[in-house]
Design a protein around this ligand. Sequence first.
Ligand code: SF4
Length: 366
Amino acid sequence: MNVLSGSAAERMDWRWQYGNRLSRPEHLAELAGGNSNLLDEWRRVAQIYPFAITPYYASLIDPTDRDDPIRRQCLPDIRELSDIHTGQDDPLEEDLHTMVPGLIRRYPDRCLTLATNRCAVYCRHCNRKRFWMQGSRRFSRAYFQEMIDQVAQNPFLREVIVSGGDPLLLPAATLDWFLGSMTAIPHVEILRVGSRIPVVMPMRINKELVAVLKKYRPLWFNTQFNHPREITPEAAQACDLLLTAGIPVSNQAVLLRGVNDDPETLGELFYGLQRISVRPYYLFSCDPVKGVDHFRVDIRHGMEMMEQLWQRASGLCLPRFVLDAPGEHGKIPLQHFSMQREVDMREVEISLTENGKYIKTHPLFQ
Ligand code: SF4
């Protein structure tokens, strides 16, 4: 069996990619260089946290390298089960800020809508892993309508973020109706789409889909490239289709141990994004999510790397390194050390545990 089979035409068809995702442990041995020793571990992890990998994204893995950064992001890892005891299901307290099912409001002027709980690839570091346990769901028209009504009743909401799961897995007609209904609300000025599709299944960004998105400008598109090898010609083409339609594309990377936690890799990532006209917008410190602890990086190490990059790279390609705090506290900038002289060092210190991870008992999070 060749899990990456398919004709050239099929491989460029997003429906083929989605329909042929690798989702059974037996599929993974080939990606792991024919190694089936881990089958039992993969099965055990998949019982709690399922996996799915598009053939496209799987083709970026180096099968000879067990520590491959693409593999780390998509193959189940037994450490996800031990990490279950260290994190939280919902570290950003999204459930607490849910106004109606699927609509989260953490800030006065904007809200987040969860348009689906499905993703093309289940990223092992995802901060919404809790959704995967619900199984793949199709939301009803009433579910979407309730979110639209809620936004319409709140005149301070000027920006609606459409995320999930991956909203670009919705049928184009559903997405068209949902975006159109939101923009028809007089006080909604801006739409934002959050999607990892350009990274994991870029062929989904086709002319039909872009024509839908383009109708609702100003619409901002945020994606998540975490490693320079994800910036392929296919991914660049997907971003270019959006950009040439007048849709700005920004990147929200996550700092991940074993994936991008060295300054050379981060520098290559940011330069690579700049080359394809994608703005490096945020670098997030990885959230304390259940099943994700093995990805988390000491915040001080992240700040030191950003300082090194700041000294040699153009400001245009440097994102803000931030920590997304629970509830309405929002994003806390993690400045590099030379700028910290301007801020209260005590605040920075007490937000870190001994191993450099923040804890929720910090006064900022009360
Ligand atoms: S695409 Fe986004 S929501 Fe889906 S698994 Fe990856 S990080 Fe999570």
